[in-house]
Design a protein around this ligand. Structure first.
Ligand code: GLU
Length: 298
């Protein structure tokens, strides 16, 4: 994906955030305001499938992030808002489940496989990179988006320009336990200089108070933190990995995976994918991404 001009856009967004804060509306940052995705009526599914069970129950349990502006950020009403949340609504709608039939569980990076394997949620939509290690415990539909790992630094930092610059700067770098960036960054930084928290908002706090020199995770997550940082942070904007975001589901549920992929493809056709983007991450990164090619369901 391309994220050119991000810094400029983020700076503009920071101004908007300041304005929003002045109006006392900061907690609604990223609030979608989107029209609800269509809810399928009178749909029937083959008996015994996950789709039939969920449709019958009328509820969908979704694991997502609660502290990631643009993708999953808990709002004033307790429900999260963001692109991941909109994707979950699209899946729910195709199952015949309206928005008020969705329950959200905060799902930090480290526990994503657990909540699926332990049947605490039906799907995880949580900036969740598809990879083989995770596939040992869960299956993935999608991807529905492709991000790339990047770095966020203080707005006045000029020494950190990419992962190769971290060692020379003796930089302390923050990421999140159980995330792909926490592993990827090990080749660029001495272990003693890697700081891990449970959630990225803690990393942003650590950067703000000088405990670390950089935060590393996916560019679009950092973009949301830059926006929320009101001018304190900037994105280095030199992505150095590929992070295809999948929808985590119980391992081996091929029919459910194929159903979700068909739903995602249809959402591009009927415009709900674009609307989901435009009302969330698209407020900062306007270009609607192309849906990546699906990986085989297994
Ligand atoms: N996409 C990466 C991952 O799944 C980083 C983002 C996150 O931790 O949610 O590990």
């Amino acid at each position: 994906m391309r994220l050119s001009h991000l810094t400029k856009i983020a700076a503009a967004a920071a101004v908007l955030v300041l304005t929003a804060t002045a109006c006392g509306e900061q907690a609604q940052l990223g609030d979608s305001g989107a029209e609800a995705p269509p809810v399928a009526e009178d749909v029937t599914f083959e008996a015994g499938t996950t789709m039939a069970e969920l449709n019958e129950a009328g509820t969908l349990r979704v694991g997502t992030k609660f502290d990631q502006p643009l993708f999953g950020l808990r709002g004033l009403d307790g429900n999260p808002v963001g692109f991941d949340v909109e994707i979950a609504k699209i899946v729910a709608g195709a199952l015949g489940i309206p928005e008020d039939g969705i329950t959200y569980t905060e799902t930090p990076s480290r526990i994503r496989e657990d909540v699926i394997a332990n049947d605490q949620v039906d799907i995880v939509v949580a900036t969740y990179t598809i990879n083989d290690a995770r596939r040992e415990r869960v299956s993935f539909a999608g991807p529905y988006y492709q991000a790339g790992q990047d770095l966020m630094v203080a707005a006045d930092n000029t020494t950190i320009t990419g992962p190769e610059s971290l060692r020379a700067a003796n930089a302390r770098v923050c990421s999140v336990t159980g995330s792909t960036p926490a592993t990827n960054i090990e080749q660029y930084v001495d272990p003693a200089n890697i700081v891990l928290f449970d959630v990225y908002s803690n990393c942003a706090d650590a950067l703000r108070n000088g405990q670390v020199d950089a935060v590393t995770t996916d560019n679009v997550i950092l973009l949301g933190l830059v926006e929320a940082g009101q001018g304190a942070f900037k994105l280095v904007d030199a992505p150095f990995t590929e992070e295809p975001y999948g929808i985590g589901i119980p391992k081996g549920d091929v029919a459910f995976c194929e159903f979700i992929n068909e739903t995602l493809a249809a959402s591009v056709e009927d415009g709900t994918y674009a609307a989901a983007w435009e009302s969330t991450a698209g407020t900062v990164q306007p270009e609607v991404p192309a849906l990546p090619e699906f990986q085989p369901c297994s």
